[in-house]
Ligand binder design. Structure first.
Ligand code: HEC
Ligand code: HEC
Length: 223
């Protein structure tokens, strides 16, 4: 290769790579906007509340923050908004043992925060953070269908099984010993507060009778 052709290869090669880089950057920037919903005034106000109480001092969100408390990126996807609102206003009324401080937040602040958390929940994060995957259920086919429903309805957001999951509700690792009655579970899943007074668990009354039975059959295998 002569010096001139080596020079040309370098110059045009670099130029080509630069042009490709610019095109890909423009393409990515264009897609970024589509990955997040519009920011309303409420979302903006909620982000200010998030900073006011330094939530990020304990929680992570969209990859930033501390690892002391659970990730908040998909908070409203994983927990009902009514539940979150009650929890934010008075954490101990919902979960007496919680390590989350009570901030004495107003209703307005809680609503704004939830709008902000709902916004981050709707940001397309390519599946981040991942949901827990539970060990395969032992027992019948009905029980393994039930386990799939447990996964699908994100019960792990609030319950631990063998150390995996959230702490808003009781640990379910041995629930089959503690509550071996399938009918009890079906009634409880449909309307928790009809069975356990003042229960903070959301009802799953949109599930079919068959699905409720499958979930209950799975729960009683946990021993
Ligand atoms: C001092 C640390 C700390 C700060 C600050 C903090 N949290 Fe928490 N939060 C926790 C811990 C720890 C938990 C986890 C579980 C528990 O103990 O119940 C939690 C749980 C939560 C939950 C889940 C509730 C549930 O029952 O599943 C939400 C929602 C939440 N925090 C939102 C916030 C918001 C919003 C802020 C800011 C206003 C905030 N947290 C500030 C420590 C903190
Ligand atoms: C937003 C949080 C939350 C979600 C989501 C949730 N739970 Fe709960 N769960 C609770 C709380 C709080 C309690 C304690 C009050 C009660 O017993 O109703 C509870 C209680 C329970 C109990 C009774 C435990 C005991 O020791 O008596 C079972 C069983 C249960 N949940 C199963 C489930 C299943 C199955 C799902 C998913 C379909 C689910 N939960 C989703 C919060 C939640």
């Amino acid at each position: 290769m002569t010096t001139t052709s080596a020079k040309n290869l370098f110059i045009y090669g670099s130029l080509l790579c630069f042009v490709v880089l610019v095109i890909l950057t423009i393409d990515t920037m264009g897609k970024l906007d589509q990955r997040a919903p519009v920011i309303t005034e409420k979302v903006d106000a909620g982000k200010k509340v998030w900073h006011k109480y330094d939530c990020i001092g304990c929680h992570t969100i969209l990859g930033n923050g501390s690892y002391f408390a659970p990730d908040m990126t998909k908070a409203t996807e994983r927990k009902p908004k009514g539940y979150l609102k009650k929890f934010l206003i008075d954490p101990r009324a919902i979960n007496p043992g919680t390590a989350m401080p009570s901030f004495g937040m107003s209703e307005q602040e809680a609503d704004d925060l939830i709008a902000f958390l709902d916004w981050t929940s709707k940001v397309d994060t390519n599946g981040w953070p991942p949901k827990p995957i539970l060990a395969a259920a032992a027992g019948t086919r009905t029980a393994s269908m039930g386990q799939m429903l447990f996964q699908k309805h994100d019960c792990s957001a609030c319950h631990q099984i063998q150390g995996i999951g959230g702490t808003a509700g009781p640990d379910l690792t041995y629930i089959g010993n503690e509550r071996p009655d399938v009918e009890w579970h079906i009634r409880h899943l449909k309307a928790p507060d009809a069975v356990v007074p003042d229960s903070a668990m959301p009802g799953f009354n949109d599930l079919s009778e068959e699905e409720l039975r499958q979930l209950a059959e799975y729960l009683i295998t946990l021993k």
